[in-house]
Design a protein. Structure first.
Length: 85
Protein backbone atom coordinates (compact mmCIF):
# COMPACT_ATOMS: atom_id res chain seq x y z
CA UNK A 1 0.00 0.00 0.00
CA UNK A 2 1.56 3.26 -1.11
CA UNK A 3 1.18 6.39 0.93
CA UNK A 4 1.48 9.83 -0.45
CA UNK A 5 4.03 11.89 1.39
CA UNK A 6 3.80 15.52 2.24
CA UNK A 7 5.54 17.76 -0.30
CA UNK A 8 7.40 20.88 0.85
CA UNK A 9 7.19 22.49 -2.60
CA UNK A 10 4.27 24.85 -1.82
CA UNK A 11 6.01 26.12 1.31
CA UNK A 12 9.28 26.63 -0.54
CA UNK A 13 7.46 28.60 -3.22
CA UNK A 14 5.70 30.68 -0.55
CA UNK A 15 9.02 31.37 1.18
CA UNK A 16 10.68 32.49 -2.07
CA UNK A 17 7.71 34.60 -3.09
CA UNK A 18 7.39 36.35 0.27
CA UNK A 19 11.16 36.96 0.40
CA UNK A 20 11.10 38.46 -3.09
CA UNK A 21 8.13 40.66 -2.19
CA UNK A 22 9.83 41.85 0.97
CA UNK A 23 13.02 42.72 -0.92
CA UNK A 24 11.07 44.67 -3.54
CA UNK A 25 9.13 46.60 -0.90
CA UNK A 26 12.22 47.41 1.15
CA UNK A 27 14.20 48.48 -1.88
CA UNK A 28 11.81 51.30 -2.73
CA UNK A 29 13.76 54.52 -2.44
CA UNK A 30 10.89 56.92 -1.96
CA UNK A 31 8.47 56.76 0.90
CA UNK A 32 4.88 57.68 0.04
CA UNK A 33 3.99 61.10 1.42
CA UNK A 34 1.29 59.69 3.71
CA UNK A 35 3.83 57.41 5.35
CA UNK A 36 6.38 60.20 5.58
CA UNK A 37 3.95 62.47 7.40
CA UNK A 38 2.98 59.61 9.69
CA UNK A 39 6.67 59.03 10.41
CA UNK A 40 7.10 62.71 11.23
CA UNK A 41 4.15 62.52 13.60
CA UNK A 42 5.60 59.51 15.37
CA UNK A 43 9.01 61.20 15.58
CA UNK A 44 7.36 64.29 17.07
CA UNK A 45 5.47 62.16 19.58
CA UNK A 46 8.57 60.14 20.52
CA UNK A 47 10.65 63.27 21.16
CA UNK A 48 7.96 64.87 23.30
CA UNK A 49 7.51 61.59 25.17
CA UNK A 50 11.26 61.48 25.80
CA UNK A 51 11.17 65.09 27.03
CA UNK A 52 8.43 64.24 29.52
CA UNK A 53 10.88 61.95 31.34
CA UNK A 54 13.61 64.57 31.68
CA UNK A 55 13.48 65.90 35.24
CA UNK A 56 16.41 68.29 35.13
CA UNK A 57 17.66 70.35 32.20
CA UNK A 58 20.27 72.66 33.77
CA UNK A 59 21.50 73.94 30.40
CA UNK A 60 18.00 74.45 28.94
CA UNK A 61 18.79 72.19 26.01
CA UNK A 62 15.15 71.21 25.71
CA UNK A 63 13.79 74.74 26.06
CA UNK A 64 12.81 74.97 22.38
CA UNK A 65 11.27 71.50 22.30
CA UNK A 66 7.63 72.32 21.65
CA UNK A 67 5.11 71.72 18.91
CA UNK A 68 5.45 75.26 17.52
CA UNK A 69 8.63 74.42 15.59
CA UNK A 70 9.71 71.48 13.48
CA UNK A 71 11.41 68.78 15.47
CA UNK A 72 14.35 69.07 13.07
CA UNK A 73 15.02 72.59 14.40
CA UNK A 74 15.20 71.55 18.03
CA UNK A 75 18.39 71.60 20.07
CA UNK A 76 20.16 68.25 19.92
CA UNK A 77 18.12 66.89 17.01
CA UNK A 78 19.65 66.45 13.58
CA UNK A 79 17.71 65.50 10.47
CA UNK A 80 18.64 64.57 6.94
CA UNK A 81 18.19 67.41 4.46
CA UNK A 82 16.47 65.17 1.95
CA UNK A 83 13.98 63.38 4.19
CA UNK A 84 13.66 65.74 7.17
CA UNK A 85 14.15 62.78 9.50
Amino acid sequence: MATTGWSPQPLVFLLYFSSFTLIVVLSQREVPSDLASLSNMTDQFALMYFKSFVNKDPYNVLSNWNSNISFCQRNGVSCSRSSQR
